[in-house]
Design a protein around this ligand. Structure first.
Ligand SMILES: N[C@@H](CCC(=O)N[C@@H](CS)C(=O)NCC(=O)O)C(=O)O
Length: 228
């Protein structure tokens, strides 16, 4: 008998939260294994065997190993969900979802990490205006995707929304969304935040990350001043 798919994850991590959201959306229970990057859990020989790129999330579905949140979400919907709208089988529609997933992988999440990781892993104590502006530039791409539809790929929620919202709900805590400039994006974030499984599977982790980064900023600044 097969058991629940195992997810190596951290609640603070946006890509991990994208997988939690997708699993919740399809009603799939996961066996959650907290993975502490600060403790270098992702650099152990056992973890590196699962994912030599040493990133979380990683899914172990009874021996089928899948890494990268976007790929994991596509896999989970294909395997476990009868709801075709979340990741359409139609090739043209699927390509549109893929393009938005790649936008998250290549633009949204990297800009989030550029804001927070120097504070978490190094001794940075502020987020430069440049980084905030760079993040806000990516909001423009999303605003345009949402010009005529409630979701990133049209009338239906897809895994592209779930991946992007994990990044954007996090970035918005550091690089606010100007509602006048990006009204569709602000409304989309509000719409997604009303999903019944959203708070537990996404916002709680985003808030944890926000508190952690804010505390680190203060501590890093103090340490810098003490050096003087
Ligand atoms: N594109 C990957 C990014 C995953 C990623 O970079 N996760 C971070 C945590 S938020 C990580 O594992 N960092 C550790 C490392 O890069 O070694 C995905 O969507 O899964």
């Amino acid at each position: 008998m097969s058991s629940k798919p195992v997810l190596y994850y951290a609640a603070r991590s946006p890509p991990c939260r994208a997988v939690l959201l997708t699993a919740a959306a399809i009603g799939l229970e996961l066996d959650l294994r907290p993975t502490n990057l600060k403790e270098r859990d992702h650099l152990t020989p056992e973890f590196l065997k699962l994912n030599p790129q040493h990133t979380i999330p990683v899914l172990d579905d009874n021996g089928t190993i899948v890494s990268d949140s976007h790929v994991i979400n596509a896999y989970l919907v294909d395997k476990y969900s009868p709801d075709e709208t979340l990741y359409p089988k139609d090739q043209l529609k699927r390509r549109e979802v893929d393009a938005r997933l790649y936008f998250d992988a290549g633009h949204l999440f990297p800009r989030v990490r550029l804001m927070v990781e120097p504070i978490i892993y190094f001794d940075a104590y502020e987020i430069s205006q440049e980084k905030i502006t760079y993040m806000q530039l990516a909001y423009d791409g999303l605003e345009r995707c949402l010009a005529n539809a409630p979701y990133l790929c049209g009338e239906h929620l897809t895994i592209a929304d779930l991946c992007a919202v994990a990044s954007v709900s996090t970035s918005a805590l550091f690089a606010p969304i100007d509602e006048e400039k990006f009204p569709k994006l602000a409304a989309w974030l509000k719409r997604l935040s009303l999903l019944p499984y959203y708070q537990k599977n996404n916002q709680d982790g985003a808030d944890l990350l926000h508190s952690f980064v804010t505390e680190r900023m203060v501590a890093n600044k103090k340490a810098k001043e003490a050096e003087k």
